[in-house]
Write a protein that binds this ligand. Structure first.
Ligand code: ACO
Length: 398
């Protein structure tokens, strides 16, 4: 049920809704979620079908323009993305200002926020062509920036993009090739990465996307808005959960310790939560988690690690949680982050890069929402508050 309160604010009436549990902030035609039924559609297409039949760049096109591309449109789109993969050489100097041991997310927030200093042309947000160029720059440069963050943390020189490779292949190449050795991309890993990108591409008005919209509603430039989204995604209750899942699985270490962690998660005096479980909107299986689990099995089979202890702990944990009344009553199902970490670890990606990769994949969702908002009539986002401080009082006489 929707109660439309448009205009009521001007009469001094407002709703108090901490956490925006029941507040819609916008109209959107990009993504539909039915959390009770476990349904996720992008522009009407079910996520499982996109994961099976589409690829990430095609999904980007769909999110941005609203329809799947025909062959010629897709080829042109891919070509344009590849035209923008390099970043200004001077960004390298900027990168070198960070400490090597900084978290890659800290570096990424900085680099993306700084894009508006390196790319000052085509910044008229009211011009649809300029907005499109900003979208291309972001989709194309995010993998390059993500890999730069990783290489810098390793003390290795940056690997330049290769435009003869697919989006996922090129990302793995930039991550793992060195000046001494070209990384041979395993097609199963590239497919798994592409799926991870598709499954993270958009998820309507989550905390980071809402932040991007809010920042954009002030007329801020697209790079600054996306940097705000990245900062929001970093938290462990949002995108940081994939990193937290792996840390948790490593801490559990052995199936014999699962019960202990389940008990901790249920203990209301213990702040510990089972990472990768629960979702604000899904009160059923997260449809992305199903695809992720399948992909996880494929990657570990390719590596001959189907009996990986981490996977065993994850599957057992999932089974126990699905039967335990605490989790059943609260409808706490595994979310998208539960299996993605195991896949990325198997591919050789360090835990500190997990959220960076999430940010890279979500950029298309953020920029599509930003573009949708700017394309139509919109107001600056300005929530109200329930003031609980002092009433007026006089400044004490000295
Ligand atoms: N482990 C144990 N208990 C949990 C968990 C969990 N992972 N998640 C929720 N609960 C419990 C809460 O303690 C609360 O119990 P109570 O009713 O007895 O007080 C109840 O379930 C409802 O939880 P809320 O925090 O009110 O749910 P909310 O919708 O605000 O939070 C969230 C959703 C933040 C995702 C939460 O489930 C969580 O912290 N999960 C773990 C972190 C995680 O996996 N985040 C990734 C989300 S997906 C994404 O961002 C891509």
């Amino acid at each position: 049920d929707v109660i439309d309160v448009r205009g009521l604010g001007s009469h001094g009436v407002f709703t108090y809704d901490p956490g925006f549990m029941s507040t819609g902030s916008c109209e959107s035609a990009i993504t539909y979620i039915d959390g009770d039924a476990g349904v996720l559609l992008h522009r009407g297409y079910p996520i499982a079908e996109l994961a099976q039949h589409s690829d990430y760049l095609e999904t980007c096109y769909l999110l941005l323009y609203g329809e799947l591309p025909n062959e010629a449109e897709k080829a042109e789109f891919v070509k344009t993305v590849k035209n923008h993969t390099m970043v200004q050489q001077s960004m390298q100097k900027f990168l070198e200002g960070f400490r090597n041991d900084a978290h890659p997310m800290a570096v990424m927030v900085g680099l993306v926020g700084a894009l508006s200093a390196f790319y000052q042309d085509h910044m008229d947000i009211n011009d649809p062509k300029h907005r499109e160029i900003a979208a291309f720059r972001l989709i194309s440069k995010m993998p390059t920036i993500a890999a730069m963050c990783y290489k810098y943390s390793k003390g290795q020189p940056v690997t330049y993009p290769r435009n003869d490779l697919s989006y996922a292949e090129n990302f793995l190449h930039m991550m793992f090739s060195t000046p001494c050795e070209e990384y041979k991309v395993n097609p199963v890993f590239a497919k798994a990465m592409d799926r991870i990108f598709i499954l993270h591409a958009d998820h309507e008005q989550n905390a980071s996307t809402s932040t991007v919209r809010l920042a954009g509603s002030s007329g801020a430039n697209p790079f600054a808005c996306i940097a705000a989204g990245i900062a929001t995604l970093w938290g462990p209750a949002h995108g940081g959960a994939n990193e937290a899942v792996l840390t948790m699985l490593e801490e559990i270490g052995d199936e014999s310790r699962i019960d202990e962690f389940i008990a901790k998660a249920k203990d209301k005096n213990d702040p510990f939560r089972l990472m990768g479980f629960g979702h604000r909107v899904y009160k059923n299986f997260d449809p992305r988690a199903k695809v992720m689990r399948e992909t996880c099995d494929q990657v570990l089979a390719e590596l001959g690690k189907s009996d990986d202890p981490m996977l065993k702990i994850a599957k057992r944990l999932e089974q126990i949680a699905l039967e335990d009344p605490y989790f059943v009553e609260r409808k706490l199902y595994p979310n998208v982050d539960f299996y993605s970490g195991i896949i990325m670890k198997a591919i050789g990606i360090p835990t500190s890069m997990f959220t960076v990769i999430f940010a890279m994949a979500r950029t298309i969702g953020w920029i599509s929402h930003w573009n949708e908002m700017i394309s139509g009539p919109y107001k600056i986002g300005r929530p109200r508050q329930l003031y609980v401080g002092h009433t007026e009082r006089s400044y004490p006489k000295k």
